[in-house]
Design a protein around this ligand. Structure first.
Ligand SMILES: Cc1cc2nc3c(=O)[nH]c(=O)nc-3n(C[C@H](O)[C@H](O)[C@H](O)COP(=O)(O)O)c2cc1C
Length: 176
């Protein structure tokens, strides 16, 4: 793969909120989770767990947990990532910033999102309130809900343009 291929993939990724009814299959999800597995994580602790919600009734219940009214019910699938804080005990090192367990989960979700675009799917990040997902997914206390990705086959005609970004020059400071 060239830099240009990867750039093109990044340019094709937009947040998508409308989906066709075509289902997303378990095989499609498993191939995306295989990419998530390769993501970097603090001390290689791989603290992530993915709750793959195909069940429409559960997604309906989870609509209440969405911070910005995302239409997760209409997506093909909702993948919720949780961080298992108990893995910290497995680390021989001191985790100076335990939040890094949570950051690690986000790197895995980016693998999934870009992989979804590469395989012809689209979707959006879903911010979730705490509480309700624990109830619906019956999660133990040590599993922290990081967020979700709703994925599906992009609705034909869905407008997806690159949103404006701050200019490159404003993003960095070179310390030479
Ligand atoms: C941590 C995080 C939380 C987000 N939460 C939501 C959300 O709850 N609902 C939503 O529609 N988009 C959400 N987004 C998507 C952003 O709004 C979107 O990425 C941003 O506007 C840029 O647009 P683009 O993804 O099309 O490039 C979130 C993105 C991130 C990284």
């Amino acid at each position: 793969m060239t830099y240009a291929d990867f750039q093109s993939l990044c340019e094709q990724r937009h947040s998508i909120h409308s989906f066709e009814n075509t289902p997303v299959t378990k095989e499609e999800v498993l191939s995306l989770l295989a990419l998530a597995r390769l993501a970097p994580s603090v001390d290689n602790l791989q603290p992530w767990h993915f709750h793959v919600v195909f069940n429409r009734d559960m997604r309906k219940q989870l609509m209440d947990a969405c911070c910005y009214g995302n239409f997760v019910e209409g997506a093909g699938v909702l993948i919720i990532v949780t961080a298992d804080l108990a893995v910290e005990k497995e680390s021989k090192k001191t985790l100076w910033n335990p939040k890094e367990l949570e950051y690690s989960c986000i790197t895995a979700m980016e693998h999934i999102w870009l992989g979804a675009v590469a395989s012809g799917l689209g979707g959006s990040w879903v911010s979730l309130h705490h509480g309700k997902p624990h109830e619906v997914l019956d999660l133990p206390h040590e599993e922290v809900v990081i967020g979700g990705l709703m994925l599906g086959h992009v609705k034909i005609g869905e407008k997806s343009a690159q949103k404006e970004r701050r200019s490159l020059e404003k993003l960095y400071t070179f310390h030479e």
